[in-house]
Design a protein around this ligand. Structure first.
Ligand SMILES: [Fe+2]
Length: 342
């Protein structure tokens, strides 16, 4: 049996593999580590059959769907997960067969309603239900300290004390732990009385994870993060360098239109010589009048270079085949000392 641990920030994901059959599963994959999962799987000669999320993550962008698509694997989550793209939904006690390995799903709600732990031989993937020296928080959407108490004290902690735990987070780089070690040393598990445990969990005052609402939105819907939207737009348009555009403006050739997509106030305060003002918010409604010729060369400009990328991508999508965006924005343009007018 292979267990590979992949760390990204404080998040841990895993590749589980059966050495006899060369089949495997990835658990809690994160979007920024996609190439590492692929690399590790091929290094071990594993065909990944399942991409499993132990719960709806609020702190990172899940890669389960992308991996499943790319590798022809199945996305696996709990029956209670909201994500519409799950192929295989698990109930408590369901088992997945990964080659010669049997992986049993244990419903362990509390951190989230859909939290599921996965038991394979003497290893348990605990998601955010049980961490090394801690537990998952219960103050995020669908969290419930009462349920966490039951999941821990009536389920996970009843496993053989020698069982190795593999949590979805580890912030201090500790290599591993067992159920027995956690029972003995995990500070949160010393509160064995339900009321005391619940009170302790309610009193924790942990700051919200960065990207909380965005990660929930993306993981629950399978749609895009803002960063993904921008990176797709920048893959779909060409850019023009500032010095190239400056040179073309000085030559005063009448072969390209510069559109400034910022708001009026910003435009009035200073813009490129000859730039046309067409705010991003009005772009789609005004293109027909503004650019009757679809072959015209258009360079979009904004303050930082992001909105102009989206504007250029929109123009391309609308059939303006020579639309591009400035590499950089007005801020960089001003700092570089290029010509302005107001
Ligand atoms: Fe979590």
């Amino acid at each position: 049996m292979i267990i590979e641990t992949i760390e990204v920030g404080g998040c841990r994901s895993y590749i589980l593999g059966c050495t006899d059959t060369h089949t495997g599963a990835v658990i809690d994959p994160e979007i920024s580590a996609i190439e590492r999962y692929r690399g590790l799987a091929s290094q071990h000669g594993l065909a990944l059959r399942y991409a499993i999320d132990t719960h709806t993550h609020a702190d990172h962008f899940s890669a389960a769907r992308e991996i499943a698509r790319a590798l022809n694997a199945q996305v696996v989550m709990s029956h209670l997960s909201a994500a519409p793209f799950v192929d295989l939904r698990l109930d408590d006690g369901d088992m997945l067969i990964v080659g010669g390995l049997r992986m049993r799903a244990m419903a362990t709600p509390g951190h989230t309603a859909d939290s599921t732990s996965l038991l394979v031989r003497d290893h348990v993937f605990t998601g955010d239900t049980l961490l090394i020296g801690g537990t998952g928080r219960t103050d995020l959407p669908t969290g419930d300290p009462d349920q966490l108490y039951d999941s821990l004290f009536s389920k996970l902690l009843k496993l053989d004390p020698a069982t190795h735990i593999h949590p979805a987070h580890e912030y201090k780089g500790r290599a591993g732990s067992t159920i027995g070690e956690e029972i003995a040393t995990n500070p949160r598990l010393q509160k064995t009385d339900r009321a005391e445990f619940v009170a302790m969990m309610r009193a924790l005052n942990i700051s919200a994870p960065t990207h909380l609402t965005e990660a929930l939105r993306v993981n629950m819907s399978g749609k895009k993060s803002v960063a993904q939207l921008l990176s797709e737009a920048s893959g779909a348009v060409p850019f023009m360098a500032m010095d190239e555009l400056a040179r073309r403006l000085t030559r005063r050739q009448n072969d390209l239109i510069v559109i400034d997509v910022r708001e009026k106030e910003q435009f009035d305060a200073g813009h490129l010589p000859g730039a046309m003002h067409l705010p991003r918010g009005q772009l789609e409604l005004r293109v027909n009048d503004a650019f009757p010729d679809p072959t015209v060369r258009i360079v979009a400009i904004c303050e930082f270079g992001k909105i102009s990328t989206l504007a250029a991508a929109t123009l391309r999508a609308l059939g303006f085949m020579h639309a591009a965006a400035l590499d950089g924005g007005m801020k960089a343009w001003r700092e570089a000392g290029f010509a302005l007018e107001s």
